[in-house]
Design a protein around this ligand. Structure first.
Ligand code: ADP
Ligand code: MG
Length: 280
């Protein structure tokens, strides 16, 4: 049987915690194991789009982006497949739907629209047959666009920096996730909290990571693999490359490769669990 497409939202309302970096590098790593991967930029800042240096074009000059696709969905007209195909760009071994500042207008438009929480879900529905993974890079807020991402998603990965404030901010995010799950998307799962930019030499980082693991306990998975801090990773958005091109032998590339195994392993475990009794 053909594997189902899994939609993963990469979310945290705090900025600068590694969401975009995780979307790009987890996506490329999943691509290496033969998975068909689509990244979706849902941040009007377009950091994902810019880090992927699409055709070297100015992100703000792109004519078809997520904003046009969602606007088309909101008007309730027939799906315009040619528009979807025009929006999809290539980056290394994966695909991407870009975003730019016009997406901030989309977020405002959502407020006056029917079923406003599920516009993104409906927008990406026809793409699910083409991909094994769709990774949604969220914007740093818990506004309507992030709610749309959580409604469209099967699961969430939460990148988190090992700082006191970052960990404290998780409460708010977990609350929003629980609310979406209760009211709109009962099957939404949390794949896990991913510690990013971890400087294992500092006692502080170790303490915070340890405290987080204790606090989350059995309720929420904290990925075993942690993403180390590295200067080479900081350079990636500027050169428009994934870490696998920019620093393939480095520790950050290794870590994202391991994460991709953990993520696809989660998938396999879920399939085994959902198999009806008696069938092997
Ligand atoms: P977010 O999408 O949550 O705002 P980003 O992925 O854009 O976060 O990361 C914020 C900044 O930190 C970027 O400049 C990025 O290059 C840098 N960064 C991300 N991951 C790492 C890492 N593992 N080591 C060093 N710098 C990183
Ligand atoms: Mg970002």
């Amino acid at each position: 049987m053909e594997d189902k497409c899994k939609v993963i939202a990469i979310a945290n309302q705090k900025g600068g915690v590694g969401k975009t970096t995780t979307a790009v590098n987890l996506g490329v790593a999943l691509g290496f194991s033969g998975k068909r991967v689509l990244l979706i930029d849902t941040d009007p800042q377009g950091s994902l789009t810019k880090s992927c240096k699409i055709d070297n074009a100015d992100a703000d000059a792109l004519d078809v982006t997520l904003s046009e696709l969602m606007a088309n969905e909101m008007t309730g007209e027939d799906k315009d497949y040619s528009l979807i195909n025009k929006a999809i760009k290539q980056f290394e071994n994966i695909d991407l739907i870009p975003a730019n500042i016009s997406l901030s207008g989309t977020e405002t438009a959502l407020f006056n629209c029917m079923s406003r929480e599920s516009v993104l879900k409906r927008t990406i529905e026809p793409l699910k047959q083409k991909y094994d993974y769709i990774l949604i890079d969220c914007m740093p807020s818990l506004g309507m666009m992030t709610i749309n991402a959580l409604v469209a998603a099967d699961s969430v990965i939460i990148p988190c920096e090992p700082s006191f404030l970052s960990v404290k901010g998780l409460d708010l995010l977990l609350h929003s996730i629980a609310k979406v799950k209760r009211q709109i998307n009962p099957n939404l799962k949390i794949d896990g909290v991913l510690m990013t930019m971890v400087d294992s030499r500092t006692v502080n980082a170790r303490e915070i990571t340890g405290a987080l693991r204790d606090a989350m306990g059995n309720n929420i998975n904290v990925f075993n693999i942690e993403i180390p801090r590295s200067v080479r990773a900081t350079e990636c958005p500027n050169v428009g490359e994934s870490i696998f091109i920019h620093d393939p032998k480095g520790k950050v590339a290794d870590a994202y490769a391991v994460l991709s195994k953990e993520v696809s392993g989660l998938e396999r475990k879920a399939q085994v669990r959902s198999r009806p009794y008696g069938i092997r």
